[in-house]
Design a protein around this ligand. Structure first.
Ligand code: CA
Length: 235
């Protein structure tokens, strides 16, 4: 079973929001909707969508604030959807880390093309080439399947929770590199989540119990004292 890409729409105009939602839902995307910035940020951090479609003119905040905020913890593609057609706004949004934009009014095929391009770009830039080809990371008996969102040890499902999998997947995508506690906390729990490393340590203890033969002497995920964690290089 393939997981449907999750698209978060942050847009206060009901007509435009439902127009986009209908198009995306009928093209096999899962859609989440927020009509203001605060709800949008909350959904972004709790659901980790694959793409955000973002209106710049929101009732409670400038959409650019959302780009700034999301970029503190995620590189997920943000497509600005705005009635504003001034170059300045678009450039500023892109400089802040937005990936693309569509200007209202736009058609069905244009919207779908932008979303698909953003998804492709996200896959090729966030995962190294070997992983992108197979959609998996392997290191000896450990397999991380990014499409199925599962990790296997000796072919058996390790039964990781959603957050445990996110941590493992993130480390696997950056295998060989140290990811700091802060990077992991922000990526998994969002900008308003805990900044207490304890929650990460508890999750890591559970992960190791599930994937390591001897959790006290890990062979896959190493602790870099005072810094973070590092996944062993893949095969
Ligand atoms: Ca608006």
């Amino acid at each position: 079973m393939t997981v449907k890409p999750k698209i978060l729409i942050i847009e206060d105009e009901p007509n435009i929001s439902s127009f986009m939602s209908t198009i995306l839902a009928s093209n096999n995307f899962t859609v989440l909707r927020a009509s203001n910035g605060a709800d949008g940020l909350m959904l972004a951090s709790s659901h980790c969508p694959d793409v955000i479609l973002l209106d710049l003119g929101l009732p409670d905040m400038d959409g650019k604030q959302i780009i700034r905020s999301v970029r503190q913890w995620s590189q997920l593609p943000i497509i600005v959807v705005s009635a504003r057609n001034q170059e300045y706004d678009k450039v500023e949004a892109l400089d802040l880390g937005a990936d693309d934009y569509v200007t209202k009014p736009f058609g069905t095929s244009e919207l779908l093309a932008r979303v698909r391009t953003a998804l492709r770009h996200a896959r090729s830039s966030s995962i190294d080439s070997t992983v992108a080809q197979t959609g998996r990371f392997t290191a000896g008996p450990l397999t991380v399947d990014f499409d199925k969102r599962r990790a296997y040890i000796h072919g058996e499902d390790a039964r990781l929770t959603q957050n445990e999998f996110r941590i493992v997947a993130l480390l696997a995508r950056h295998a060989g590199r140290v990811l700091t506690y802060d990077m992991l906390l922000k990526a998994v729990w969002g900008p308003n989540g805990s900044s207490d490393n304890q929650i990460l340590r508890v999750n890591m203890a559970n992960i190791r119990r599930k994937i390591e033969e001897n959790p006290g002497e890990p062979k896959f995920i190493f602790t870099e004292m005072g810094v973070g964690y590092r996944m062993v290089e893949g095969d």
